[in-house]
Design a protein around this ligand. Structure first.
Ligand SMILES: [Zn+2]
Length: 266
């Protein structure tokens, strides 16, 4: 009887795994983890659907041997897939940024965290998986994370990215949230990113402050997460210029500070 019970348990767990595989592809928790990282580094991320900008920036990333992560919002349609595959081919990673780009905090006023996963994440994951892409991270739209969705999403993703505004009188280095000691990155699911759109024009993201942040990450062996959107000399909405981006890439290189994609984070 007991053996039969165990057999039934095994069958049940195999079926559950297959269902999970069908929905999420290779579920993050069953995946082989990347090797532990040996140095600090920068997790450079870009959001939304700025496909043409991102593809155009590939040579710039290549010039500095830098890889980034691109969090795609909306339908994972033909254009999204083609862009994602090309970015991946160049060593970049693809993450989920949800279907409708909603604030999770607001969403939870009349939905559950499970609804968020079902309506905002699963449709993207199914389409990504069909194209052979398995995102390991999610970026919250408008940096509006909530502990309930954090918990639910960390069953699917190894890392979540949110953000945090800072007092422009202070430095990025004054906020420990942006810096995760490399040996703690595995247990730190929620990463706080510092926005660098409009660098160096806005006071909270001058080159002086960004350079100091990169220097801190290198010296203390910490992972620093940064985010931006479009990559264009003149844009509407949120953008970083190619020259400002190059400043970041160049400074990190001078510090011997590598760039990690979210897929490289254990
Ligand atoms: Zn966004």
């Amino acid at each position: 009887m007991q053996a039969r019970g165990e057999y039934a348990q095994v069958v049940k767990s195999v079926i559950l795994s297959l269902v999970a595989l069908l929905i999420f592809g290779t579920a993050a928790y069953s995946e082989d983890l990347p090797a532990p990282l040996k140095s600090g580094g920068v997790v450079l991320t870009f959001d939304d659907r700025n496909f043409d900008d991102w593809l155009a920036a590939i040579p710039l990333f290549e010039k500095y041997h830098a890889n980034a992560t691109f969090f795609i919002s909306g339908a994972i349609d033909e254009k999204a897939i083609a862009t994602a595959l090309e970015l991946k081919q160049h060593g970049h990673a693809i993450g989920s940024h949800s279907v409708h780009h909603l604030s999770a905090i607001k969403y939870l006023e009349d939905h559950t965290a499970a609804d968020f996963v079902k309506n905002e994440i699963e449709p993207q994951m199914i389409a990504f998986r069909a194209a052979g892409i398995t995102p390991t991270a999610f970026a919250y739209p408008m940096s509006r994370n909530h502990p309930e969705t954090d918990k639910e999403l960390l069953k699917i993703f190894r890392h979540l990215r949110t953000g945090k505004g800072i007092d422009s009188q202070r430095g990025i280095i004054d906020y420990d949230e942006f810096f995760v000691p490399v040996e703690k990155i595995k247990e730190t699911g929620l990463l706080f990113g510092k926005g660098i759109d409009f660098a160096p024009v806005r006071d909270d993201r001058s080159f002086e402050k960004i350079d100091a942040a990169l220097t801190r990450a290198a010296q203390n062996r910490e992972i620093l997460t940064l985010y931006a959107h479009q990559i264009t000399p003149i844009g509407k909405g949120n953008f970083i210029t190619p020259s400002a981006l190059e400043h970041v890439l160049k400074k990190a290189k001078a510090l011997n500070l590598p760039f990690f994609t979210v897929d490289q984070l254990p």
